[in-house]
Design a protein around this ligand. Structure first.
Ligand code: ASP
Length: 592
């Protein structure tokens, strides 16, 4: 080894020892007679010192010739510092350098290699190897490593085996566009990169492996939204001879293990909510349960099981906006009675933005001083109405309720977003609080207006709920899937399903999804074939590993949890990809 210690190791117990450290020059302070250098490696920082009259002249000269990010090897004596730095693990000591070797010089880095950098996103990505030297980036990669190890430990302890599935394959059915790779040996033919190992993991179950997992790259050529990566990593799993409850229990176990080992947190039991309840109570299928106050549907919501005629409702008093609306949905704001007119006006503008599409917003509150009910529509609705709504939303004195009205889907979505915005304003969305839940019983199919056909909401291998099997022909839109999502703090972090293992049912579903028999055969014939040879009942799940790491790290963006991410336009700006290929290669591949 070129060194005796790492840069985070030395303390007062080492005083008097001769040590050798290696690392990068982080900071240099030259006070004439005294020169200090902060030496950095992956583990920490140690201060080096040289002093006129004490340190040999050649060492002093080398010290003076250093620049930021030079790679050096320094030997010297550990001594107690005069000015101790309690924020640094090695802050009680410094090294009196007696030999200094420059292992490599460095060009001046284009941004500060410090926790707070002056480098913008583009520059950081272009020089990602320098960015990775910074603590905030390195520590995120360390967290990712820890998570991956703990995932392996848990799944191994549960008899899962890690199997690598191929990357050069053909189309997979996750509903995104494939990335394709031209074949040189078969001109005019292409491989597709896996959108997920879905079909392979099912084949592994037919192969009798019983429990499979893989921490695996997946590729989806989707229009890039902020913080989406064309290649991303999943924890991909599959199990045989299981029902839904077995899968939920197994992966609740994984999450309890991860939270306990990585964050020292006991997250308790993970609740299960139906899709219909999630939509009715929270307006979307990935509710943020860091606070539980649900929406109150005053009108509409029948598709999600709302029962009309409960309470006083909104009809019969001549308020046209509510009478004409398909849905009227209230968002509770506990403790919000004191919100000012100005704040309410600002929120009204917020819901009227084109991306929300609301026409306005009604407020109702119960004053904390006198318990009186007031609202922006009290010309129409008397105290009895207002009290009825507030009470049904679990609100009382000092609370506020905001009410949106309009078409069902639009209003429900807007109410869900307003709820999140309010949670944000009330400080209820702390990244250090974790609330997970399972959402189950999704619709199996979704009607796609554009193509005028049914599409699989999860993927076409998902089994219907056994009790809904009878609706497959008569009312396919009502069939619920034997599928589940895991939601953490309002983000969908994983999903899966019990699969179809019956060849005929699978063929029927392909038919419903409008696959021509030939097409289904060409794309997935291998799977249908495998199902002829004793496919066991099976099911599985996949978690988005990048997002999971970001959530564990308390961050919004997945970018820094990936060593070499692509930018929002899907480019790797460091290596400059994608890029053209030369004519010879093009010809070899049979490309025009
Ligand atoms: N293959 C699915 C996905 O990538 C997950 C699963 O059903 O296991 O979303």
């Amino acid at each position: 080894m070129l060194r005796t210690h790492r840069c985070d190791e030395l303390n007062l117990a080492h005083t008097g020892h001769n040590v050798t450290l290696c690392g990068w020059v982080s900071k240099i302070r030259d006070k004439g007679g005294l020169i200090w250098v902060d030496l950095r490696d992956r583990y920490g920082l140690t201060q080096l010192v040289a002093e006129e009259g004490q340190t040999a002249q050649d060492v002093l000269e080398t010290m003076r010739s250093l620049g930021r990010e030079f790679v050096v090897r320094a030997s010297g004596l550990v001594v107690e510092r005069h000015n101790k730095n309690p924020n640094l693990r090695t802050g009680e000591i410094e090294i009196r350098v007696n030999s200094l070797e420059i292992l490599n010089a460095s060009a001046l880095p284009p941004f500060l290699i410090e926790d707070e950098t002056d480098g913008g996103e583009d520059l950081r990505m272009q020089f990602r190897y320098l960015d990775i030297r910074r603590n905030p980036v390195r520590s995120k990669l360390e967290l990712r490593h820890r998570m991956a190890q703990e995932v392996r430990k848990y799944l191994d302890s549960q008899s899962f085996i890690e199997v690598e599935t191929p990357v050069l394959i053909k189309t997979t059915p996750e509903g995104a566009r494939d990335f394709v790779v031209p074949s040189r040996m078969h001109p005019g033919q292409f491989y597709a990169l896996p959108q997920s190992p879905q079909t392979f993991k099912q084949l592994l179950m037919v192969g009798g492996l019983d429990r499979y997992f893989q921490i695996v790259k997946c590729f989806r050529d989707e229009d890039l939204r902020a913080d989406r990566q064309p290649e991303f990593t999943q924890i991909d799993c599959e199990m045989s001879f299981v029902e839904r409850s077995d899968i939920l229990a197994m992966f609740e176990g994984l999450f309890r293990h991860l939270f306990l080992q990585v964050k020292g947190l006991d997250i308790g039991e993970i609740p299960v909510m139906t899709y219909a309840d999630a939509m009715l109570l929270y307006g979307n299928d990935k509710p943020d349960l860091r606070w539980t106050a649900p929406l109150l549907t005053l009108k509409g919501g029948q598709a999600y099981g709302a029962v009309p005629g409960v309470g006083l409702g909104v009809e019969g008093v001549g308020f046209g906006v509510f009478e004409e609306a398909e849905a009227v949905i209230a968002v509770p704001v506990p403790g919000g009675a004191s919100w000012t007119r100005k704040e309410l006006d600002a929120l009204t503008d917020w819901v009227k933005r084109p991306q929300m599409g609301m026409k306005g917003m009604v407020w109702v509150r119960c004053e904390s001083a006198d318990g009186a009910y007031r609202s922006s529509v009290d010309k129409f609705y008397g105290a009895a109405y207002l009290k009825d709504w507030m009470t049904r939303a679990g609100l009382g004195s000092g609370d506020l309720m905001l009410v949106l009205a309009g078409p069902e889907a639009l209003t429900r979505k807007a109410a869900a977003e307003l709820r999140l915005e309010i949670g944000q304003r009330l400080g209820l969305r702390s990244p250090d609080t974790y609330k997970a839940l399972w959402v189950v019983d999704f619709p199996l199919l979704d009607w796609d207006d554009e193509s005028g056909r049914w599409v699989a909401m999860h993927h076409p291998f998902t089994s219907p709920l056994p009790e809904d099997m009878g609706l497959m022909q008569s009312e396919p839109g009502k069939v619920r899937a034997n599928a589940y999502d895991m939601v953490l703090n309002g983000t969908e972090i994983g999903g899966g399903s019990i699969r179809i293992h019956d060849k005929n049912l699978q063929a029927r579903l392909f038919e419903l999804l409008g696959f021509e028999a030939d097409d289904a055969q060409a794309k997935f014939g291998f799977l249908l074939k495998a199902f002829e040879y004793g496919a066991p009942p099976h099911g599985g799940i996949a978690f988005g590993f990048d997002r999971l790491c970001a959530l564990f790290g308390g961050q919004e963006s997945i970018r820094d949890f990936i060593a070499f991410p692509k930018n929002n336009a899907g480019r790797d700006v460091m290596i400059d990809a994608p890029s053209g290929i030369d004519p010879v290669q093009r010809k070899e591949l049979g490309l025009p």
